[in-house]
Design a protein around this ligand. Structure first.
Ligand SMILES: Nc1ncnc2c1ncn2[C@@H]1O[C@H](COP(=O)(O)OP(=O)(O)OP(=O)(O)O)[C@@H](O)[C@H]1O
Length: 812
């Protein structure tokens, strides 16, 4: 056996090499193994003081130092290891050393040895003096921190809501209004944010997820209706545990007096949150930033459509929480961006809107990202992999990490609800790779994950009133115009399935002097964000969007969602409709259903287990006027479209000619040129005339056909309508030529006190509630009738032909 002295010296030397920055850094990590000595049985006990924690944090043994480029000296025996555990134990260490050297003395050491000892004592003195100097310097800041921590320690004994850092909390906050948060035992800094955001109670999904995720360290599969606060259901546990970790480390410094001050849990990627759309990633980032405002944790979005260089710069600052879309994340990961590749520090992996992730266009990149994650011990996937592959998965790779999988519509995916009820996500071997279960397992979801399904049978938000309008395809524009002009209150989103339809209606509505913003995937990211921002800023804004806006977009005050075209799946319908009736508010959705969408609609109703939807009430007396305006708008649109197509065609020719240095000859004959000129003039005159006509119509309120001026002074005219007419009188209607000004004035509406669609729907009552079975039945009957008529027609036709043939044959 080697004598203890040389080893001791070696170790001491190493301990003195605290100028080695990397080592210092590792020492200061919150998962420093020295901390786990507090309770040897439970490496995490120092974090939460109990054994209930099942994962989420790393201990030093779990880090692959080589991956961090850290050259960490290997301890040769236990005593040495203790010394290496840093300055925090220098006091203990000195006692040990003295013991060891006294043993050496007893054993009778040589002169050389005693010289060495003298040297060591001298060195020790020097170190001591330095430390004393440092100590004085540090004392003041330490005392300050001690005060903070002591007060925090006292606070943790009390419920969080009562004890939130009082000095920082706005005095006007009445904490008694937030008592329901007590059970969640959230960190005072998080409670501070909750007070600021005025969230009086946790939502049901938050109530269910926070204890499991934050206090028991469990993985979570969460399903709850749209707008139910799922972001914070995973966001709060992440921040809670990062804060707990930070506090424990700080407490640790206090306990070990000479501990190194440079405790910095920052600088490692701790949480990676993946969302299917850029807007959602940005929104989740903002939401988490808002909650993390009082902490020093950084949240950064990594999404496509924005400068990669800028995002790389953001990542160089090593934020703890990254929220991103699969495409850009994978681009940076595969490009070797260090912060995204060093995933051994990752404690949380979140799939928001998980069911969307497994659809085409996301899955491949997501799978690649998941394959980059270190394998977790205890995960369903690891269990199966270990048996097959135990030689290749080394122990350091098996990390503790929590996986959260959330969506409003998880339960709609095949058999998922059954599995949720069974309480197991284990997939059958024959299931496709792109199922949520397989994905979750690959991401390291453990078998004992908490499964929280709070969705009701219909999956739809409970504050949502749903309705539909049955109409011909070509009448959809008229009904849309009706809803926006007669009711147009609050923010409205109109969803289209195709970009062509989006362009068509946005153009028509703009001609009808209705201000709209658009949002679709072919737009530049900057324009997309601008559209959302402007929509958000306008109380009565109208956004026409494709399904890029269907998921997650959280804009308060959206009162109405209109499905101009039905989506391809029930999930998308739920998410689209879920842009309204969020959190504590209500809202309504209106689906415009053309004859060839009826069976799709019936299918939707079936998946939501809904027998009946309400028919949206229409006052048909407005329709003649609506149609008149619409017809003018369509004509204008046609002319404008043709004009812009001609221009585009012309400029295309010119551009191409230019690129091959061709001088374009005007081949048209004189007659043709004159003709073209005449046509152009006629079309612009017609355009002007149509615009004038439309402006005249738009300059007065939309009137029902039966409306008569003699009712103006009488009862039955609402104050609002009265007001509008009075204003109209002032405006001098004759001045219709001043169209630009008129446009800005935008006097829409209204004969119904401008009731918003939800109100109209509610006040229309039960009478219009329509049994869907009845609708389908009716439609079937109509189709049968049509078929019979067709058959009859054919039969008659054949009969006549036969007769003619007969007659012909007879005459011959
Ligand atoms: N405890 C709470 N009390 C009141 N409002 C809350 C609470 N928690 C979150 N909210 C608010 O509710 C809104 C919806 O939250 P969030 O976007 O997280 O819903 P979601 O369940 O993720 O919806 P979706 O499924 O559509 O993505 C947000 O504006 C959020 O600020």
């Amino acid at each position: 056996m080697a004598s203890p002295e040389p080893k001791l010296k070696k170790a001491k030397k190493r301990a003195r090499v605290n100028s080695d920055k990397q080592l210092e850094r590792l020492d200061s990590l919150p998962w420093n193994s020295s901390l786990s000595e507090i309770n040897d049985d439970d490496a995490f006990s120092f974090l939460i003081g109990s054994n209930e924690l099942e994962g989420g944090f790393l201990s030093l043994e779990e880090i692959d130092e080589a991956e961090y480029g850290l050259d960490i000296p290997k301890p040769e025996n236990e005593s040495e290891e203790k010394i290496l555990k840093g300055k925090t134990k220098s006091k203990k260490r000195k006692v040990n050393e003295r013991d060891v050297s006294s043993v050496a003395e007893d054993e009778g050491g040589s002169e050389e040895e005693s010289e060495r000892e003298e040297e060591e004592v001298q060195e020790e003195k020097e170190v001591k003096q330095n430390q004393k100097k440092k100590k004085k310097k540090k004392k003041r800041s330490k005392n300050k921190r001690k005060d903070n921590l002591e007060s925090k320690a006292e606070e943790t004994a009390e419920p969080a809501a009562v004890t939130a850092e009082k000095e920082d909390v706005d005095e006007s906050v009445d904490e008694s209004e937030y008592l329901t948060w007590n059970e969640q035992r959230l960190h005072p800094l998080l409670m501070k944010s909750i007070y600021r955001m005025k969230f009086k109670d946790p939502t049901p999904i938050q109530k269910a997820c926070i204890p499991a995720a934050a206090h028991q360290g469990k993985d979570v599969v969460g399903a709850a209706e749209t707008g139910s606060g799922k972001t914070l259901a995973f966001g709060l546990p992440i921040l809670q545990r990062l804060l707990e970790e930070r506090d424990k480390v700080e407490k640790q410094i206090l306990e070990y007096e000479e501990a190194d001050e440079r405790i910095d849990a920052r600088g490692f990627l701790r949480a990676l949150i993946i969302t299917p759309t850029r807007e959602l990633a940005l929104q989740v980032t903002d939401h988490l930033k808002e909650v993390a405002k009082s902490t020093d944790f950084r949240v950064v979005p990594i999404v496509g459509g924005m400068s990669t260089e800028k995002q790389e710069r953001l990542l160089k600052a090593r934020p703890e929480i990254v929220v991103g879309t699969p495409g850009r994340l994978w681009e940076l990961m595969s490009g070797g961006v260090i912060h995204l590749v060093e995933l051994h520090s990752l404690s949380f992996f979140v799939l928001d809107e998980a069911d969307r992730m497994i659809e085409n266009g996301h899955f491949r990149e997501l799978q690649s990202i998941i394959d980059m994650l270190p394998v977790i011990s205890g995960s369903v996937d690891a269990q199966s992999q270990n048996t097959e592959n135990c030689m290749t998965v080394s122990s350091f790779q098996r990390k503790k990490r929590q996986t959260f999988v959330f969506s409003a519509t998880i339960a709609l995916s095949a058999d998922f609800r059954k599995k949720l009820k069974r309480g197991s996500l284990k997939s059958k071997s024959n299931e496709g790779l792109n199922s949520i279960e397989t994905l979750s397992q690959r991401a390291g979801m453990r078998a004992n994950a908490a499964i929280v399904d709070l969705t009701n049978a219909s999956i739809l938000a409970h504050n949502l009133e749903e309705s539909f309008i049955e109409c011909k395809e070509e009448d959809k524009d008229a009904y849309l115009h009706y809803i926006l002009s007669v009711h147009g209150q609050g923010r409205t989103i109109i969803f289209c399935t195709s970009i062509a339809a989006l362009r068509h209606i946005s153009s028509l509505l703009r001609i009808l002097d209705i201000n709209v913003w658009t949002l679709h995937a072919q737009m530049q990211q900057r324009a997309r964000l601008k559209a959302v921002d402007r929509f958000r800023a306008n109380e009565h804004g109208i956004l026409i969007a494709t399904d890029v806006a269907a998921r997650g977009l959280d804009i308060p005050g959206i009162r109405t969602v209109i499905h101009y075209q039905l989506p391809h799946s029930a999930e998308v319908y739920v998410h689209r409709s879920g842009r309204t009736a969020r959190a504590l508010s209500d809202g309504c959705s209106i689906a415009l259903i053309s004859p060839n969408e009826t069976s799709k609609f019936a299918g939707l109703c079936k998946s939501f287990e809904k027998e009946n939807f309400q028919r949206f009430p229409i006052d048909i007396s407005y329709m003649p006027e609506v149609m008149k305006r619409l017809s003018l708008a369509r004509q204008i649109d046609k002319i404008l479209r043709k004009d812009s197509q001609d221009k585009a065609k012309k400029s295309w020719f010119e551009r191409n000619a230019e690129s091959i240095e061709l001088v374009l000859d005007d081949n048209d004959s004189e007659d043709e040129r004159v003709n073209k000129h005449k046509q152009k003039k006629a079309s612009s005159a017609r355009l002007k005339k149509l615009q004038q006509e439309l402006n005249t119509l738009l300059s007065r309120p939309l009137q029902p056909k039966t409306f008569s001026n003699r009712f103006l002074a009488g009862a039955g005219v609402s104050p609002l309508l009265q007001n509008q007419f009075e204003e109209l009188a002032k405006q001098k209607l004759g001045d219709v030529n001043n169209s630009a000004q008129n446009k800005r004035r935008r006097l829409v509406v209204i004969g119904q006190d401008c009731v918003e669609p939800l109100q109209a729907l509610r006040s229309a009552g039960q009478e219009i509630r329509q049994d869907l079975k009845e609708i389908t039945e009716k439609r079937k009957n109509i189709e049968n009738l049509r078929r019979k008529r067709k058959e009859e027609k054919k039969r008659l036709h054949d009969q006549r032909r036969k007769q003619r043939k007969k007659l012909k044959g007879g005459s011959e």
